[in-house]
Ligand binder design. Structure first.
Ligand SMILES: Nc1ncnc2c1ncn2[C@@H]1O[C@H](COP(=O)(O)OP(=O)(O)O)[C@@H](O)[C@H]1O
Ligand SMILES: [Mg+2]
Length: 397
């Protein structure tokens, strides 16, 4: 099964392109699911599905045409399904502080639950094998980064914090519950977390395998959007995902001659040229601006025709280059290479924590689990050259 992850700034056309890509895939014979991970769902709207027909049934995939299903992940439904113990606990804690009712229920939706729920589905569909391709219509960039970093964060939590917390809780609960104004989490809370973790097992490897998952960044030919796209590219690379193409949407067609657009055209051309050089060798594809909103299946089909050649299969990975690589130089000496095309040297922080190399860019952090053979090594030096951050890992003297 292939996973195509569409991300980018709000309003650039992620949902429209994810939907159009779904149509193209289904037409070429792939059993396809387009899944919306953006809590502000608009996938059903993009297909112009009317009220009850779709929105009453969003908790399961909904067929829109031959071989094509769409699914908007419904967080309320997911909470009932997966997060009951956790939200029950959080709600009870909130109640002791005087917050109750609907308000507490809303607050008990913790950041990341939507993303994790979506990932559980991806994992489930992967195991069941009923789809050939899953297209993920993600939330704007910042949230997608949370989505893709969640498995490694969770993995880290499960390895380092969870075992300790659970046993400490067991020991202190009988005494603490007598003294503390807040009830400590019951054991079922931990059971729930463990169960959720099992449902997510393996998904991080899938997301990081370019044969199974490609990220595609949707953008517009505007300076401001370009910057966010560059940042997203770095962060996606850091999190081990392979961005295999950039889709520049709403490019002014040649046929537009009105002088009103002269400056727009010039600035778009400038940004497009910049994008080509920034993202090379990653492909930068152009998708034209349409005369009107892309709404409903017929216009989405036209968008698919504008974005892809008739026999172009969007499920084919356009690049298999992994964003980071481990190379052995000699015994006790390895190089860890990360593709960080836009990072400036001063912004990259490096340190070692247990068996992990921690790379930090701005406020985002990536724990790179080191292979066993490298776990005892420390980062000796790092150099940034040709957009590649090379970290020398050596035995500490
Ligand atoms: N190439 C295009 N030409 C004209 N309108 C477009 C194009 N792509 C998207 N749109 C319109 O732009 C709006 C935002 O697109 P959408 O796909 O919802 O963006 P996102 O999911 O990134 O927020 C929608 O009304 C959509 O119909
Ligand atoms: Mg959208």
């Amino acid at each position: 099964m292939r996973i195509l992850l569409f991300s980018g700034k709000g309003g650039v056309g992620k949902t429209s392109l994810a939907a159009a890509t779904g149509l193209q895939l289904a037409r070429l014979g792939h059993r396809t699911l387009v899944m919306s991970v953006d809590p502000a769902h608009s996938l059903g709207d993009s297909f112009n599905l009317q009220g009850d027909l779709f929105h009453g049934r969003t908790s399961a995939p909904f067929q829109v045409s031959e071989r094509l299903h769409i699914h908007e992940v419904n967080i309320q439904h997911e909470i009932k399904r997966h997060w009951r113990e956790i939200t029950t606990y959080v709600t009870s804690v909130l109640r002791t502080t005087g917050i109750g009712g609907v308000e507490a229920e809303e607050l008990a939706i913790l950041p990341g639950m939507e993303e994790l729920s979506a990932m559980m589905y991806v994992n489930q569909y992967r195991r069941e094998g009923q789809y050939d391709v899953i297209v993920l219509d993600c939330a704007p960039t910042a949230e997608s980064i949370r989505f893709i970093s969640m498995p490694s964060t969770l993995d880290w939590y499960m390895k380092h914090i969870f075992p300790m917390q659970r046993s400490v809780m067991k020991a202190v609960r009988p005494i603490a519950n007598k003294l503390s104004p807040v009830e400590l989490p019951p054991d079922s809370y931990f059971g729930n977390i463990l169960d959720l973790f099992r449902k997510l097992e393996g998904i991080d490897e899938v997301l990081e395998d370019p044969k199974q998952c490609s990220a595609r960044l949707v953008t517009n030919a505007e300076q401001m959007v370009l910057r966010e796209t560059q940042r997203a590219f770095v962060y996606f690379s850091l999190h081990g995902l392979t961005v295999d193409s950039i889709l520049v949407n709403r490019v002014l067609p040649e046929t537009v001659e009105d002088s009103f657009f002269t400056e727009w055209r010039a600035s778009q051309q400038k940004v497009l040229a910049e994008m080509d050089s920034y993202f090379a060798p990653v492909a930068v594809k152009r998708v034209p601006l349409f005369k009107r909103e892309v709404l409903g299946i017929e216009r989405l089909q036209l968008l698919a025709e504008a974005a892809y050649a008739p026999n172009e299969d969007p499920s084919v990975p356009l690049s298999l280059d992994r964003p980071y690589v481990f190379d052995k130089v000699a015994d006790g000496h390895y190089l860890v290479k990360l593709t960080l095309p836009f990072a400036v040297k001063g912004e990259v922080g490096l340190f070692k924590k247990g068996d992990e190399l921690v790379v930090q860019i701005g406020s985002l952090r990536r724990h790179i689990g080191l292979p066993t053979s490298m776990a005892a090594l420390s980062p000796a030096k790092a150099k940034l050259e040709n957009r590649m951050l090379t970290v020398d890992m050596k035995e500490a003297v």
